[in-house]
Design a binder for this molecule. Sequence first.
Ligand SMILES: Cc1cc2nc3c(=O)[nH]c(=O)nc-3n(C[C@H](O)[C@H](O)[C@H](O)COP(=O)(O)OP(=O)(O)OC[C@H]3O[C@@H](n4cnc5c(N)ncnc54)[C@H](O)[C@@H]3O)c2cc1C
Length: 630
Amino acid sequence: MMGKGDVIVKEYKMTRRQFLKRTGMAAAATAATSAYLNTTEALASTEVPAPRPVGKYIQSEEWADGAVIETDLLIIGTGFAGLWAAITAADQGVKSIAVVDKGSIGNSSNASMTGGGTFFLHPGEDKMDWMKELVPISDYLSRQDMWDDQLTTSYSRMEKLKSWGLEYKDMIPMVAPRVSIDGFKHVALNGNPVWNGLTAGKAVTGMLRDQMQKRKGIRYFSKTMITRLLKQDGKIAGAVGVHRVNGKAAVFKAKAVIISTGQCSFRGQYAVTEIQTGDGYALAYNAGATMTNMEFLSFETVPGVYGEEGACLKGTFGCRLLNSENRDFMWDYNPKDGLGGPARITTRAMAKEVREGRGPIRMDQTTFTFTLLGQRIWRSMLIYTEWQKLNEYRLDDTGHDVTEKPEIFYVGSFGIIGAVKADIGCGTTIPGLYVAGITLSQDPGMIKGAESARAMWSGQKSAMSAADYISHAPDVKLDLDYAEAERKAALKPLGRTDGRTPNEILFKLQEIIFDYNVSILKNESRLRDALQKVIAIKESDLPVMTAADTHELIKYYETHNMVECAELYLRASLERRETRECHYREDYPETNNKEWLKWINLTKGADGQPVIALEAVPFDQYPIKPPKEV
Ligand SMILES: Cc1cc2nc3c(=O)[nH]c(=O)nc-3n(C[C@H](O)[C@H](O)[C@H](O)COP(=O)(O)OP(=O)(O)OC[C@H]3O[C@@H](n4cnc5c(N)ncnc54)[C@H](O)[C@@H]3O)c2cc1C
């Protein structure tokens, strides 16, 4: 974790309270960041302006029930990807754009909650040096064509961001704006984005939202959940949306659609994954698009009593995971790095310890070494992003001191890393349908900063492709009777009170998917059993799911989508008979490059069942080749 040129000034142990006191913070967390910066003589001063409120959600118009909203391009979801897409499409001359979000446009996405660290290849750096490091992280299932394009164009995006006023400042005092991560020699993360009084992900989304609003021809529909895509003559023709507050439904008639709705996390316990219900996955899959890499579900270590990002990083600074016998067990599983290794190894080890009766697992942070770099990491993890300040307040409020005694840690799900398969222009197999951000599958590996880099690249790329498509596409001939029937169907469940609530079904689903014997430690019989249970939910529970009011109607759709994603996840997990990246098969514990350098693709068949096809990774077209001996 040491950044280039970093020096350990002094190694000593102190409690968090001593640390806060020393750095002039104590319980006065209100002025947390600036106090910290001002009073630590060893740390250079960096001005971090106070956050400013972002304001009310944006909405162009109220629509009447049954409205048909006509547009050239419909963009669904406004995280990094959707915002970049809207700006790019307008700049490419698309005259009419409708932007929808089931939350508040540009303001309630995962993107706005992130640390904002991301990748830009700087001038003079060698793209191949980066690819040689990035591709092995995904055990060679990377889309190298996408990485190539993304890295080639990345600095131009940074320059654009700069020209709009966004700066990447020092991540934490005295660490350069760029830091090496994940043990990479060349790949470096651009830290701390700052814009107009905002920091981290909020600075980026705030600035992009601002830029988007400066463009002409864009209409905004916040609180609007897209529930179904519409097709005509095999091409995309629009979508149906339901307003999550007033329950009205509308038809969007569009020549092209970009789906940028984020991931599917089954509402697992990791910070801010509430919105990640796999909506875009289900929209695309049900419209006939192909899904890929669906067997990869990532996990993180999570504290029991507060939220925190990057707990795994603490392994590098002397923290330990202890089992019920007080054994620092990570060295048994990762003799080289212990807790300092990738999250997939740590979470796998935690699951094994618990299964063998040595749970619960506790994180011992009393051994955290407050080196100079350690202090910075500690601070950045606890309060750096906007929402993490809440943890600081909560910890102070309860008097909870994480450095006093070991405390329970468990495993939280981060989300399915696979998603919709796309071509190099982010197009799907359906003419007019594009995907961007986490809804597009590029890589099954977990690399810090890669997701937002992909979101910005693919947001831009998908919009350029869509703009080109729109400029050639004839007008959409949407059969309005069909569209109206779909619109009415979207509201049909509304008012149903008899049956199973979305939450009941979700909890049932979570019990199946989050069983560590199914998701972390997989084998054939347990996966089959889980699949049968999910199919039973699909056949018996979904048809009687309630939607008592508009609020529950939204949950109705979200739950439907998560159940569909769960089925695809389990089917793909069963298919991959080897271990790769975070997909760990106890019955096939080895990585098998001879047979499995293949993507598993799933497409909905004519009978409604998923059809699985294997696709060999085209290494003849890719510069980075897998090692022969594995
Ligand atoms: C705590 C945390 C910290 C992170 N830190 C980093 C980091 O530092 N660097 C990094 O690279 N990545 C980070 N990530 C990952 C990060 O989430 C992604 O990089 C980023 O959010 C991807 O942007 P996106 O545009 O694809 O999707 P999102 O940001 O998830 O946006 C999706 C949007 O789609 C909307 N939506 C969903 N379904 C529908 C629907 N049916 N109809 C209408 N709208 C819909 C949602 O409301 C949301 O606004 C972090 C994630 C978390 C949870």
